[in-house]
Design a protein around this ligand. Structure first.
Ligand code: AHR
Length: 516
């Protein structure tokens, strides 16, 4: 097959917001306990005894350059009492935990999370409990974190040893989720405000009314905060109703998706097409809400849970420890291509999650390994910054496998479009911040064909005759990493550039061109 890639550095979509490379740490499985926080473990080096943060994990996370981290859930937050997680550790209560049916020791709480964020150099993003929690609890949490007044919760923070306010900017009004699988009609575990599995589930109108009142009150307490509304998948009536009511009082509309493939490679790698469609529809719903409400404010998408996750293979109740292969790494690269292409509307995206739970990093008591999915993430957050460019792939073969006409979860939400016709050569491109480089992220999703692809730049653009290639590839599509070896990782090389690049089958690469 003959395919051609066209990129014009003059045709800028928007600045890539670095917050699309954000993370998520939930009290779930081994994400917090035994993941980022492991006090008393004699076999792992800690940043220091006081914080209990693992040095190996922090180093691996730092290399991902994560701008924002969401916390403490996810489903977990809907029965979480934040007050249990502050103050002297020995007097913090253990509680039943209803999202994952475990027990919560509360040894890690708000102050520890802020320490984690400071150590990582990232901004905290806190999700409020709209399940069992009250507005009073939410106001108290914002006061504890952000107030410099001489009031009860601000003073409680000081009493706990933290004189200065934390300045937590991002606050979510509840949390949500949906799982997508492209080809198999089968359902899924669940989640938040709209979901029947959720503690405190609500109808869209009820949620919107309640969140509207919460938003007003939270802003009275701290007018500088950014509020995130609980959307669904982006293509549901929930999204439309919630946006219409909350557009005047929130800054972001959140959507969640996970892609599922049941081991089918092509289904795995074309899955993120569903997210792209969800984002496009959300963008239109935002436009509609803004017109209806007469608003000219900035209101964008916060895609605050996304990843490859098969909850049958890695059930949430068992800690959701996915063991990813190269196919999954290509799916993650395809996800990230979507966010770069949609730079005009997606301003935050948080991979779910950051350690152990459906994560790029897996720990043991003595060490860690980097999953296959770690490498595309690292490459994107380090290289795919600057301005997102308009791209075109001509002549690429397309996905023609099975699809289902609707996204599957308990609420019977219909997909606006299937993954049929999705190109097997998937790309995004940026012009670097200094304007000197064009960087092109390319996934060859085909597991059968390699392609010799001409890459053409706009008529006024010349590139130098060398290209730097950052490649993630293995001859075995099912290769995985583990404690016993790093099979899949990034390889960097420089090649002479003659206008055509050969894409190996099932490969991911970022090509860095210097403008002449
Ligand atoms: O990320 C794992 C879970 O997925 C989150 O708790 C929830 O929001 C969704 O069900």
């Amino acid at each position: 097959a003959t395919a051609t890639i066209r990129i014009d550095p003059a045709r800028v979509i928007d600045k890539v917001d670095p917050r699309i490379y954000s993370g998520f740490t939930e009290h779930m499985g081994r994400c917090i306990y035994g993941g980022i926080y492991d006090p008393g473990n004699q076999n792992a080096e800690l940043i220091n005894e006081k914080t209990g943060l693992r040095k190996d994990v922090m180093d691996a996370l730092k290399a991902l350059k994560i701008p924002v981290v969401r916390y403490p859930g996810g489903n977990f937050v809907s029965t979480y009492r934040w007050q249990d997680g502050v103050g002297p550790r020995e007097s913090r209560p253990r509680r039943p935990e209803l999202a994952w049916l475990t027990e919560e020791s509360n040894q890690f709480g708000t102050d520890e999370f802020i320490e984690f964020c400071r150590e990582l150099g990232t901004e905290p993003f806190i999700c409020l409990n709209m399940g069992t929690g009250t507005l009073e609890d939410a106001l108290a949490w914002v006061e504890y974190c952000n107030s410099s007044a001489n009031t009860y919760y601000a003073n409680l923070r000081r009493k706990n040893g933290h004189e200065e306010p934390y300045g937590v900017k991002y606050w979510a009004l509840g949390t949500n989720l949906a799982l997508i699988q492209v080809d198999v009609a089968k359902s899924i575990a669940g989640n938040e405000v709209w979901g029947p599995w959720q503690v405190g589930q609500m109808e869209s109108q009820d949620y919107a009314k309640k969140a509207f009142q919460w938003a007003k009150a939270l802003r009275l307490l701290d007018p500088t905060i950014k509020l995130i509304a609980c959307g669904e998948t982006g293509f549901s009536d929930w999204d439309r109703v919630v946006l219409k009511k909350l557009a005047p009082v929130v800054d972001f509309h959140s959507i969640h998706l996970y892609t599922v493939s049941e081991g089918k490679h092509l289904v795995n790698v074309v899955g993120p097409a569903a997210a792209e469609k969800g984002i496009e529809i959300t963008k239109s719903l935002i436009d509609l809400a803004k017109i209806e409400c007469g608003l000219s404010k900035e209101l964008t998408v916060c895609f605050d849970e996304w990843n490859v996750w098969d909850p049958v293979r890695a059930p949430g109740e068992k800690g959701a420890e996915e063991h990813y292969d190269l196919s999954d790494a290509l799916a993650v690269a395809s996800w990230l291509n979507v966010f770069v292409r949609k730079a005009d509307i997606v301003k935050i995206a948080c991979i779910a999650q950051s350690v152990n739970v459906i994560s790029p990093i897996i720990t043991s008591p003595t060490g860690l390994f980097l999953q296959t999915t770690y490498f595309p993430l690292q490459l994107f957050s380090n290289l795919m910054c600057g301005s997102s460019l308009n791209v075109h792939v001509g002549g690429s073969p397309t996905y023609s496998g099975e699809t289902v006409p609707k996204f599957i979860h308990d609420l019977d939400v219909h997909a606006p479009e299937s993954a049929k016709g999705t190109k097997l050569i998937d790309i995004s491109a940026v012009l670097s911040e200094d304007g000197k480089e064009v960087r092109v992220a390319i996934v060859n999703r085909s597991d059968e064909e390699e392609f010799a692809v001409p890459i053409l730049f706009g008529p006024e653009t010349q590139v130098k005759d060398e290209v730097t290639v950052h490649e993630v590839w293995h001859e075995d599509l099912r290769a995985k990493n583990g404690f016993d070896g790093q099979n899949v990782k990034t390889v960097v090389r420089t090649e002479a550039w003659k206008g055509i690049y050969v894409l190996k089958k099932h490969s991911f690469q970022i090509l860095v061109f210097t403008l002449a």
